[in-house]
Design a protein around this ligand. Structure first.
Ligand code: FE2
Ligand code: FE2
Length: 389
């Protein structure tokens, strides 16, 4: 087992012990000894361990911890508002114990209805809900970095890593893709209203990463707006995240070319649909919907678009839903070959294409949705080149 899993397992065991034995009991003291030791081990390998608890899984360093899939304590902690736990290098035994007492109180019946006080900055351990507030994050740059604020930089990094894996192995790591979608969904629901984070990168070569995040968030928001059940919303978010994964096969200089594309370059670009579908079909049974969307997302309602179908047919409804969000984000983003379109012009374009190219029902729902749920721009720093676009 990894140090992270060992530490969390000890933490979960201690929570069980606390429900059986009162304060001062030997079993509690021994449990605390063990957790403190495990923390020391964990900190040797990672100075700032941070865990996110989502739907029974644990996300650690951008990946789902396989050893703790469907971990009961992830569900229980998440249920009482503890979706994130950070244990910095100065975390003391007392601070850990304080955290466990708080978690235990929240989970036990006596804790119900009590007003919970999160620990303040005097300890190195922090926990709470996952939030996304880019405005706050900006302020924190100057003052203190709040370890609880979830920044989409982590998701962007995981997506870049995903694209790297596709390049190396030709398949998408399905668990990590699902984990990113879960994190995006949590970020969207961190406030009372749904927030649709739209990421803008400063470097054009990271377009595919930011575009994947944006189309995923927009598609989940649209699916929710249309009252799809939450499992479908997530499936749509995943398909949207991966719709352009075939672009990993297109050379960057072609993707970002400023001038007119040659015929052969245009063939390469169009090939991202078929290439994406092939990659996703090779990635496992859970990728059937993403593969369909990757294949169909450039096919229009009137049969135009690519790849050319031998027999014309209507595309999958999820392809049509994601297509609207895809077109919106593509036009709103600055590209090497054109400036970003203003929102009003983009909406007008969607309306013009409704019924011929785009599904009119999804277009009108989308326009209604973005009127209700204002997208919020998130600026990411671009530190490294996106090797895989
Ligand atoms: Fe595409
Ligand atoms: Fe796209």
């Amino acid at each position: 087992m990894t140090d992270a899993a060992v530490f969390l397992t000890a933490l979960g065991r201690q929570l069980s012990v606390m429900s059986l034995y009162g304060p001062g009991h030997n079993a509690r003291t021994e449990g605390m000894d063990k957790i403190t030791n495990e923390l020391t081990m964990l900190l040797r390998g990672n100075a700032f361990p941070a865990f996110t608890f989502l739907d029974g899984d644990v996300v650690y360093e951008g990946h789902v911890l396989n050893e703790l899939r469907h971990w009961e304590w992830s569900l229980k902690l998440g249920d009482v508002g503890i979706e994130r736990l950070e244990v910095g290098p100065g975390t003391t035994r007392d601070a850990l114990e304080g955290f466990l007492e708080e978690a235990h109180a929240r989970m036990s019946l006596e804790g119900e209805g009590a007003s919970f006080q999160e620990m303040d900055g005097q300890t190195a351990i922090r926990f709470g809900g996952v939030t996304l507030d880019p405005d706050e994050a900006d302020v924190e740059e100057e003052s203190h970095h709040d370890p609880l604020a979830l920044s989409l930089e982590d998701e962007a990094e995981v997506i870049q890593w995903l694209h790297g894996e596709v390049d190396l192995h030709g398949v998408v790591p399905a668990d990590e893709a699902a984990a990113v979608v879960k994190l995006l969904s949590v970020a969207m629901h961190s406030e009372h209203d749904v927030v649709v984070p739209l990421v803008q990168l400063k470097a054009v070569d990271q377009y595919t990463t930011t575009h994947s995040i944006n189309v995923s968030c927009l598609s989940m928001a649209l699916a929710e707006h249309l009252n799809f059940v939450s499992t479908d919303v997530r499936s749509i978010g995943e398909a949207a995240l991966l719709h352009d994964v075939g672009k990993t096969k297109v050379p960057l200089e072609v993707l970002n070319k400023k001038g007119k594309l040659t015929d052969s370059e245009w063939v390469l670009i169009q090939g991202h649909t078929v290439e994406g579908a092939k990659i996703l079909l090779a990635s496992g049974a859970s990728m059937a919907l993403p593969a369909t969307v990757a294949y169909e997302h450039h096919l229009s309602l009137n049969g135009e678009g690519y790849p050319e179908l031998t027999f014309k047919r209507q595309t999958h409804e999820v392809s049509r839903l994601i297509q609207v969000c895809d077109v919106y984000d593509a036009l709103r983003t600055r590209r090497p070959f054109r400036p970003p379109w203003p929102a009003t012009r983009t909406v007008k374009f969607l309306e013009e294409k409704a019924g011929t190219h785009l599904d009119p029902e999804y277009v009108s729902a989308f326009i209604q949705m973005i009127g209700n749920w204002e997208p919020r721009q998130v600026d990411l720093e671009s530190e490294q080149d996106e090797a895989a676009a």
